[in-house]
Design a protein around this ligand. Structure first.
Ligand code: TYM
Length: 343
């Protein structure tokens, strides 16, 4: 009789990352950053700036380090405390790329072929994309598992990548008779900010790469610009309805109600109870006021960090050392398990 697979018995650990490729927006904040800060109080947390992922599409070498500091500043401004959580750039920790190679030999081509994000990003142009962009989710699995992370706070768009990370962990454990070695990381997605949509089209997610700046609220936007973007946000001729059911078929309205809920830590229904029957001439200014109130301190703090790049750099260097100290012994174990000479 075959033995039951061993369960992972290591400590709980949180890992997540954001790409330094364009401005941070409200979706990144509500889907990821807000959770990062909350989790650090009760968990060991590692937050990476995934510059190796960013270069899967061309990045200007002069701008990349600036954007890396910008994401670090956004983490810090959102309340991530470098005394509690590790913050570092991915390219400073060699374990990511090494483990990604091993995982390239574990993951199957067919698994990657199913990834919808690659299809969305490449469109009809897949042949012209970098190999790195195709392989992107394997590097993501390596990010998480180089630390044996058990929990990954992300927005809903990362769900499929997290499923792939679990499949890779499971197959590695099976292939090398190492049951229980890697945890099967769990995504932490739930919450009202998990899927923030474009302000111009409620069927498209809010995204850094949308050519229309009016489609998103950037964390660097000032109060006037935030108010203007919300005023211009697409809605319809109706009023705010009374029930969640009535939001069906009104994606733009649902999105604005969702944003209000996520910013005020209330449910969709609570927001509807507060505004039902009101026109958007009332709801939009209330939402703009709330967004400005919540984002202004973050923007101000982010700007302070951006004015002090040396302080941010110190945090990143120390973070890279701390992250390496965790990942290096895990990679040694991986080499042993795989049977490399000298391991
Ligand atoms: P990235 O840089 O595209 O986005 C960073 C985080 O923001 C979330 N997010 C959203 N959440 C809600 N609504 C939106 N409109 C929205 N847009 C983005 C994303 O879900 C993400 O949590 N592949 C990842 C980066 C990554 C990573 C990792 C994440 C690389 N390695 C390991 C977790 C663990 C990405 O491209 O995120």
């Amino acid at each position: 009789m075959s033995e039951a697979p061993k369960k992972y018995e290591g400590p709980e650990r949180v890992f997540s990352g954001v790409q330094p490729s364009g401005s941070m927006h409200l979706g990144n904040y509500l889907g990821a950053l807000k959770k990062f800060a909350n989790l650090q109080h009760e968990h060991e947390c590692i937050y990476c700036i995934v510059d190796l992922h960013a270069v899967t599409v061309w990045q200007d070498p002069k701008v990349l380090p600036i954007q890396t500091r910008e994401i670090a500043s956004a983490y810090l401004a959102s309340g991530v405390d470098p005394k509690k959580a590790i913050i570092y750039p991915q390219s400073k920790v060699a374990a990511h790329t090494e483990l990604a190679w091993y995982f390239n030999c574990v993951a199957r081509v067919g698994w990657l072929a199913r990834m919808t994000q690659f299809k969305d990003k490449s469109g009809k142009n897949a042949e012209a994309m970098s190999v790195g962009l195709y392989d992107y989710p394997v590097l993501q699995a390596a990010d998480i598992l180089a630390f044996k992370a058990t929990h990954v706070p992300v927005g809903e768009d990362q769900k499929q990548h997290l499923e792939l990370s679990r499949d890779i962990a499971q197959k590695f454990n099976n292939d090398f008779n190492a049951s229980g070695f890697f945890p099967l990381p769990e995504p932490l997605i739930k919450g009202p900010g998990a899927r923030i949509m474009s302000l111009r089209d409620g069927t498209k997610k809010m995204s850094k790469s949308d050519p229309s700046d009016n489609s998103r609220i950037n964390l660097t936007d000032d109060a006037d610009l935030i108010a203007k973007k919300i005023r211009k946000a697409k809605t319809d001729a109706g009023v705010v309805p009374a029930s969640e059911k009535e939001l069906e078929g009104r994606p733009e309205v649902k999105n604005l109600v969702g944003i209000y809920g996520a910013l005020s830590d209330s449910s969709e229904q609570q927001v509807l109870d507060q505004f039902s029957g009101q026109g958007f001439g009332v709801f939009k200014p209330a939402l703009a006021e709330l967004a400005v109130e919540k984002l202004r301190p973050i923007t101000a703090s982010m700007n302070e960090y951006l004015d002090n790049p040396n302080e941010v750099d110190k945090i990143l260097s120390k973070g890279a050392e701390d992250a390496s100290a965790i990942a290096t012994p895990i990679l040694s174990e991986v080499r042993k398990i795989m049977g490399f000479w000298g391991a």
